[in-house]
Design a protein around this ligand. Structure first.
Ligand SMILES: Cc1ncc(COP(=O)(O)O)c(C=O)c1O
Length: 365
């Protein structure tokens, strides 16, 4: 059941709460900020949708010049394809025979590219592709320092590249890396780590080319790193996505000029004391992963504590301006882990509800 689909045309403060709200104008300005930087750097943009989820947002990014999208799960990728997105990078090693067959079927109906980082996984993808009678383009994922997925750059990666070109059902599309380990580093350390990661990626791409392999795509970088990552020549496309929402983390991670486009709108449920405000939303509505949300209220806040369905704001000093039923808007600490808590996103323009979008692929399917 949708809480706000009957509220089209109403103002934000009239919505049923808690409500995940997107300011489409601010969103679009953030999209343009990222698109402008990447255009100037002559690097293509394939925004990650793992945090954005709603396929309608992919359409807006494509209109602004994105060449396709990046997804973290097969289900997300299917939702994007259903919405008509033609070029999708699945930056994740999809496993399990049934799921790999699903991936192959998806590759048969859109321009899907899958990450892979091992001989075993590559062979499985090849098998699924042959079973479905399709070809699956792959990016070989390198470990550029994050120590998550990824084969080591250099010789091991080249060995996997050579396996990809001879695996029936597979087409080598290029390389990818994700320098997530650098995101939270301070100042110069961050730039140095990103530069080292990008060099490892680009050098391996060049070695592959020297051995005669065609590396069309060299993909990397997120919202917290792309400003640095695009300084390295040889990166052909960037996966940065979540920065289009902006949140407390993306601000901290370098996107200081982005506007907070995504907020959670709540209401005051109780005022037990002059310094305490209880809102109708807790950690099932606002993520605590990577930091607490921040209430956008005038009075100085001493603390925010989230229980399941209650948020407790403790003020520095007594203030009775917020009354029971009043709206309190929060900026998420991390939008990625907040969006997936919601079934729907309220898209507003000029402060009025324009559309309510279902959020597909909320779980890690
Ligand atoms: C593979 C990959 N690329 C890029 C990113 C960056 O995404 P965003 O720009 O949404 O922070 C992530 C984030 O976790 C990721 O896992």
């Amino acid at each position: 059941m949708s809480a706000n689909s009957g509220a089209i045309g109403l103002a934000k403060h009239e919505l049923e709460t808690p409500a995940l709200c997107l300011d489409l104008d601010a969103y679009r300005r953030n999209v343009d900020r990222m698109a402008t930087v990447l255009r100037a750097a002559r690097v293509a943009w394939r925004p990650h949708m793992k945090g954005q989820k709603a396929p309608q947002l992919a359409t807006l990014a494509l209109e602004a010049g994105a060449i396709g999208v990046t997804c973290a799960t097969l289900y997300e990728a299917e939702a994007m394809a259903d919405a008509g997105v033609e070029s999708i990078l699945l930056a994740h090693e999809t496993v399990g025979a049934r799921k790999q067959r699903r991936l192959a079927r998806l590759a048969g109906r859109c321009g899907l590219i899958s990450a892979t980082d091992s001989h075993a996984h590559l062979a499985q993808l090849g098998e699924a592709a042959r079973a479905e009678g399709v070809t699956i383009p792959v990016l070989i994922e390198l470990n550029v320092g994050m120590n998550r997925c990824g084969i080591e750059p250099g010789e091991s990666a080249i060995d996997l590249v050579s396996a990809a070109v001879v695996t029936p059902g597979i087409r080598l599309a290029g390389l990818m890396g994700w320098e997530g380990h650098a995101v939270k580093e301070p100042g110069e350390d961050k730039s140095a780590k990103i530069a080292a990661a990008m060099s490892a990626l680009v050098e391996t791409a060049e070695r592959c080319r020297a051995e005669g392999f065609e590396i069309a795509i060299v993909s990397a970088a997120g919202s917290g790193t792309f400003l640095d990552a695009t300084r390295t020549a040889g990166i052909t496309e960037v996966q940065a996505g979540g920065g289009v929402f902006s949140d407390l983390n993306y601000r901290k991670w370098g996107l200081t000029d982005h506007e907070f486009a995504l907020t959670v709108v709540t209401r005051v449920a109780s005022r037990p004391t002059p310094t305490r405000i209880i809102v109708d939303a807790g950690f099932k509505t606002m993520s605590v992963q990577h930091g607490l949300p921040q209430p956008l209220i005038g009075a100085p806040v001493r603390s925010v504590v989230l229980s399941a369905e209650h948020g407790t704001i403790e003020l520095e000093s007594p203030d009775d301006s917020l009354r029971v039923g009043d709206v309190v808007e929060f900026v998420p600490g991390y939008t990625d882990s907040t969006v997936c808590l919601h079934d729907e996103m309220c898209a507003l323009r000029g402060g009025l509800l324009e559309a309510v979008w279902r959020i597909p692929g909320r779980t890690g399917r």
